[in-house]
Design a protein around this ligand. Sequence first.
Ligand SMILES: Cc1ncc(COP(=O)(O)O)c(C=O)c1O
Length: 446
Amino acid sequence: MAETMTGARALRSAGDPAVEVATGDGPASAAGRAGRPFDPVALRADFPILSTLSHGRPLIYLDSAATSQKPLTVIDAVDRWNRVQNANPHRGIYELAESATNAYEEARARAAAFIGAPDARELVFVRNATEAINLVAYAWGRQSIGRGDVIVLTEMEHHANLVPWQILVQEADADLEFIPFDDEGRLRLDVLDVLLRLKPKLVAFTHVSNTLGTINPVREMTEMAHAAGALVLIDGAQAVPHLPVDVAEIGCDFYAFSGHKMLAPMGSGGLWARRELLEAMPPFLAGGDMIREVHLRRSSWNDVPWKFEAGTPDAAAAVGLAAAVDYLAALGMDAVRAHERDLTAYALETLRREIPGIAIYGPDADHRGGVVAFNLPDVHPHDVAQVLDRHAVAIRAGHHCTMPLHERLDLSATVRASFSVYSTRADVDVLVEGLHDVMRIFGPGA
Ligand SMILES: Cc1ncc(COP(=O)(O)O)c(C=O)c1O
């Protein structure tokens, strides 16, 4: 074991298989690799932070569900914006301002195409998935939800797709109902079926759970909700970075995602919604750029999506998001998913084999994104994370913004390893090496 682990320290691991990748036209290194096997070890060179040290050892970054690391093409796109492109979009008519507007709108078109949006004007730029969901809860929710109305959520939601709805139903004197999950971490669609008899106005659920990793059957759930007359909002924060996503194919009404979890800068993200819904919704934030005309006592609104983009946008983050989309598209999202599925299967198998008594939450690798939440027998998750930090393993311990999910499992916290395109079997091996150390220090009989 020790020998394997020493070898695993080297960033190149013979154990990391290559996965066939689709062709694509992304820039720089990703494009250079298009058509060649997807090689997570080789593409690590695109991510400067992965060559840094933590406590004098190579960083093992296993917290990509919290935020992903950024490739050079994204870093360069933001740098280029600030060096030679910066001007306020949609405002000036001088050449630099027009090219800034074009870059910003081109970024919208690329991000919209990446998630299968039929029309780029259906994609509102927001700071993150949280803002996207709050936008819907305020703009659509306050217009559409009244006394006694029902909104159906699930017991596995991130707080971002729970708290905005709690606030809304408290204000509107409406109700929340919840789809539970079973012991494998799969949503109980039979219970959804029953809840739909309440004729909810909205069914809102995560595409991929950030704690259990469960990939929910979003298309089937959308069809069920629509058949009962409900609209559907999907929280795609953990899906867009890891799976092919096509909102038109899913058939949902609202889809939210964060750029920073998909290799893009913090401050970038999107809300996709069907155009007629966006057009019928009142504004969320008010001020500059979201208006058509302003008089002292009344105003009228800009067209969508700009009606929902008040104030100066984070345009550098938007062009960074476009660069991230290009990077992922060049890898091919089917290949990204195949790589992360393979790595998750390896992690599940290795952890179960190497760490006696480990409790792992959530379904098998076929039904799970690149997220593995677990607990060690009799060791507090924070102690696990602290010892792993000494091994330069960056991992999350806590409730991961899913307190109700942890309550349902009768847990106060879990340890979570999460993967992205650059994660490797070698990373998992170092994690396991660190967990042996945790067990030596804290485990039964220690
Ligand atoms: C499933 C899910 N939804 C929403 C969010 C919120 O994302 P952000 O903090 O980028 O708004 C997260 C973040 O971890 C998440 O995992």
